[in-house]
Design a protein around this ligand. Sequence first.
Ligand code: GLC
Length: 548
Amino acid sequence: MSPSPTEAESPEVTAQEWWRSAVIYQVYPRSFADSNGDGIGDLPGIISRLPHLTSLGVDALWLSPFYVSPQADAGYDIADYTDVDPVFGTIADFDRLVAEAHDAGLRVIVDLVPNHSSDEHPWFAEALASPAGSPARDRYIFRDGQGENGDEPPNNWESVFGGGAWHRVNDGQWYLHLFDVKQPDFNWANREVVEFFDRVLRFWLDRGVDGFRVDVAHALVKDEFLPDVETWVAELETGDNRGPMWDQEAVHDIYRHWHRVVSSYGSDRMLVAEAWVAPAARIARYVRPDEMQQAFNFLYMLAGWDAGRLREAIDESIAANTAVGATTTWVLSNHDCIRHASRFGLSDPTHWSSGIGPNDEQPDAVLGLDRARAATLLTLALPGSVYLYQGEELGLPEVTQLPASVRQDPTFFRSGGAEIGRDGCRVPLPWEADAPAFGFGPSSASWLPQPDSFRQHAADVEERSPGSTLDLYRRAIRLRSQLSLGTGRLEWLPASASIVDFRNSDVLVITNFGEEPVDLPEGEVLIASSDSAVLDGRLSPNATVWLR
Ligand code: GLC
């Protein structure tokens, strides 16, 4: 029987295994900070804003892709895995970024995209120029079509971004792309592919990176017979992917192998899986002792603003991870989902979709932000590791009014606009209220337009405002570290329908999901999610407090 979260001892955290309790900040390079005024963020821009991360108190940053790419999926379509795209800078900039981050005490995790390359990768060009059945084609998943003339796709799989998952090339064969047509899937049964990624891992480890975030880690291996699926249950969003292209047993062989490669550089290097699988026990298989060190906790992210669902997600994920000796990660937002300050302001605060458009229900910004701050304070009190997405520390909302003409996410185009896509959470950050592009860069250019509402969230405004979201994040991250909550142990207090309350070490954490204030026990208020969170000894609705 696996130990329950309250019985289990937290795995020991050594300095080496820093990730077990770390707060890790996701930098989405194209939207973080622009140094040259072209409207797209870059590596020198990130370097210039490292003090923001150190003053926030995070332990590490994770960089979304900055590699050479035609940017058909914002860099998740890579044409050269071991160089920096000129739009983001140079490899010398990367080395400087790692050096300066390390000097500032920040670890650096980079994105690894092993499921697919860009169709502009030299290997794919070679595959297209080579005949059916050639070794060059075997690095990808090419098949003949069905039907008399082979003009039907090899099977009925769909692309995660909408439309079919197969594209026909000039000589009549088809190739598989689970994402955009410009992202052909690799064939992981091919030795050359395996060896290639060993070289990629070593290239970045040699340059000093501390870890890798592994993109769609559950997709690399497909059932070799590529069978039709009865129904397309591959919705990334449900976290409940079943089917011959997801979560196949053999992906774990790859991660056991990578574990050996990565740990040959020292036990302080790590891998974190982006694996949209369910239930928690399936996710935990990616973090067994000889595989990756962490997996994103999408169960928690999908729970939304709902006491019962959050309790369940916390319980299930701690139990499943503890059973394999891993700590749990917690995440509320990333570059693929609606920012939690907006999701939680919808009439259904458990709503999940790729984005919010001008014709959709518009979130209640004030309510959403109150809940987001409360949810963040709850999250930062949990034992394990927390992932933050750039801009959430400013309380940034989803941008819901982007016109179709500026949208860039392939999801929007491949679904014919039915899926609004992820651009709304990727709008460049506001740093200075009164500068062009709110200080994103030296010019007024911004690859997605920033709304006026970003002014009030600009970092320099929040910097000067006690009680701002930035101030809350800084204080909470500092306290989390001082009180060693990341390495603590969670003990539930008796459940009630609209409250989440637990103890971690000697801190009592209470979140009120209900509509009425609740009486608080005696205790010193260490931190509260807003100035009005605690009034007359009661915890307001949509608020969190830490008591001691
Ligand atoms: C992951 C990334 C997402 C990307 C997709 C295809 O889900 O997080 O942004 O579009 O993989 O690489």
